[in-house]
Design a protein around this ligand. Sequence first.
Ligand code: PRX
Length: 647
Amino acid sequence: MAEAIYPVPAAWSQDALIDGARYDAMYRRSVEEPEAFWAEEGRRLDWIRPFTKVKNTSFHEADFGIRWFEDGTLNLSANCLDRHLATRGDDVAILWEPDSPDDASRAITYRELHAQVCRLANLLKERGVKRRERVTIYLPMVPEAAVAMLACARIGAIHSIVFAGFSPDALAGRIEDCDSRVVLTADEGLRGGKRVPLKKNVDEALTHCPGVDTVVVLARTGASVPMVEGRDLAWAEAVGRQSEACEPEEMNAEDPLFILYTSGSTGKPKGVLHTTGGYAVWASMTHEYVFDYRPGQIYWCAADIGWVTGHSYIVYGPLANGATTVMFEGVPNYPDASRFWQVVDKYKVEIFYGAPTALRALMREGDEWVKKTSRASLRVLGSVGEPINPEAWEWYHKVVGEGRCPIVDTWWQTETGGAMITPLPGATALKPGSASRPMFGVAPALLDNDGQVLEGATDGCLVIADSWPGQMRTVWGDHERFFQTYFTTFKGYYFTGDGCRRDEDGYYWITGRIDDVINVSGHRMGTAEIESALVAHAKVAEAAVVGMPHPIKGQGIYAYVTCNTEVEPDEDLRRELVAWVRHEIGPIATPDVIQFTPGLPKTRSGKIMRRILRKIAENDLGSLGDTSTLADPSVVDNLIANRPAMA
Ligand code: PRX
């Protein structure tokens, strides 16, 4: 079948912020004259002391370093709040939609948000929080999560948000790694009608973190939770007695803004560190151009604040641009599969940004759920987190957008801070499944395994040849790991970990991770992390985890498990291990398949041959490749013969 191409609709090419010709000219300038281009874009922020230096970066070992706008000073909370007060103080900053449509929604103006942020900032100061100190945020999707982020930014503290679906162990690991003394949380979270015991999880986590001396607890459901005298404070009371005035700290452009933990191919999750100036320019610029955002429009990113998408595209990008950002506490199919589109109608959402996994799940429920809503307000649709299969893309375009809304399929990563390869609605002809063209200042390249640059239409390893302002600056506490992870596979390049194809038109098609990272429902999981959770179970001797194709999640989790010799694996143990992993990491790491096996395929030097395990998980048994280097080739026959039926 010929590849479908959707040209830019006529109305869009006339009226867009950026049309095709403008994209070409701006892109060329951004890579040929980065200093001039970024000096201009940098001025989209309010600086306290304007920068005179723009770019000072190198990916090479000898002079490795990434610095943007390095002599400028600013405060990001002031950029997201104070500077809007005179012109749009009474405009709504956050439109909050609760989990249940029967509960009251909230509309918070810029002026109100400013007051709340100042109050919480003052409470943090009262508790002794200083510049550069780490504050852990473990909150559900409520406006206070944004308040918490901005309060940290206001006083120069570094926030570390831990997704509210993570287990107490995962939370404890992250609190310890960045050495945080303060945790902001809620009594319970609410998702799809189910309660999540957040405060209980915090209490359990803190048995491992004696350094934490302050826990601020928001009453979300009003559940009664035990409070530790001297340590735990009720949010409403503690914040309520603070003043609404708090001067923003003057921060350097390169001062850290936040840490966000993400999974890699090895070891424990790493703390991705983003700094202030470059990140803010990147989040604001990409939010404006990628979504063709105009002042006054209602914009909704349906991600969670616990992931980078929520940081850049629910909070910092939209608020820096003075937008009205919708924040949704719930899930796409509760109370029913119409929920997203009902929220679109309720707020007259013009820009909707979601994940392919949600779209696939909704597509399966049938078109009626969509068609019973109007969606007349929608102008632009976005996709993020994983490759979107052309079938889901077509459904999104035809059924949700009624053929009228361009889809921006944005490829990026926690590390990149914001969208890197993406169409622009008024500039790019769309090909379903392709993230299309690079954002301004992004120089993608495809390399072969030996590091040779490949030209023209080809497949290769996706790297970025030069720095962009939103790039992460280090791994918290381990600068060497930062350099080793991203800049040594291909010397002089940032290595993304993704495979990619470029077609004859220069469009990029992300093919997925080429390292031991899997993408489950748009969430990144290190296979090593799930393996170490499994082997921590008393009955497990060894485990190997790989991805498998999954119709809704994109990738599912397939675990091969070898038990200790005296253990007879059975259904009960399978259930026990699933519950164990959910408890160790969180529900997002739930294995879809566990295959018990007496042995794993290993080379004679003892290395597990994951290539073979991947093929078996994919049920691609015809192309197992060379198995002659295996210590015991019969292991493979055994694995194939005992492949669970449900896999
Ligand atoms: O493999 C790519 C995939 O998600 C990875 C980054 O995951 P994370 O850091 O959790 O950030 C997700 C939100 C930005 C990438 O290495 N990915 C993300 N967006 C896309 C994608 N793959 C294909 N198309 C996308 N639009």
